[in-house]
Write a protein that binds this ligand. Structure first.
Ligand code: HEC
Length: 103
């Protein structure tokens, strides 16, 4: 069922009308909003400041795809992001692209 839904999400993504909503839903489903807001600080950095930080970094998509699954600390301060095993590689990449597209 999950696998089917992911496929649906990816197909949905290819229509530009669905782009923002599908990714936002994914963040919600994967519980990212427990620690992140879109545009103000919560426990973790907000998604818009993350996008701004990496705006000129061409390796950011790879970096964030890995970090979204593995978690880590030391980039934004002392707080640590735990690993997110509920996120697949494909989902992590979709999320990384989405976060980096935020303005
Ligand atoms: C328990 C709290 C928590 C949860 C849940 C969480 N994060 Fe984080 N996240 C953090 C913290 C804290 C940081 C800052 C880590 C650092 O300074 O390296 C962070 C950093 C990030 C970064 C920036 C990484 C960097 O190196 O600049 C991204 C992107 C991110 N999180 C995405 C997500 C996504 C997507 C989810 C949901 C799948 C998620 N986070 C769930 C706490 C959390």
């Amino acid at each position: 069922m999950h696998r089917f839904f992911n496929l649906f999400t990816l197909v949905f993504l290819s229509s530009s009308a669905g782009l923002v909503q599908a990714n936002y839903d994914l963040l919600q489903q994967k519980n990212c909003f427990a620690c992140h807001y879109m545009d103000k600080r919560k426990y973790g950095p907000n998604f818009k400041e993350i996008s701004a930080k990496y705006a000129k970094d061409s390796s950011a998509e790879e970096l964030l795809t890995k970090k979204i699954k593995a978690g880590g600390a030391g980039v934004w301060g002392e707080d640590m992001m735990p690993p997110q095993p509920q996120v697949s590689d494909a989902e992590a990449r979709v999320i990384a692209k989405y976060v980096l597209s935020l303005k």
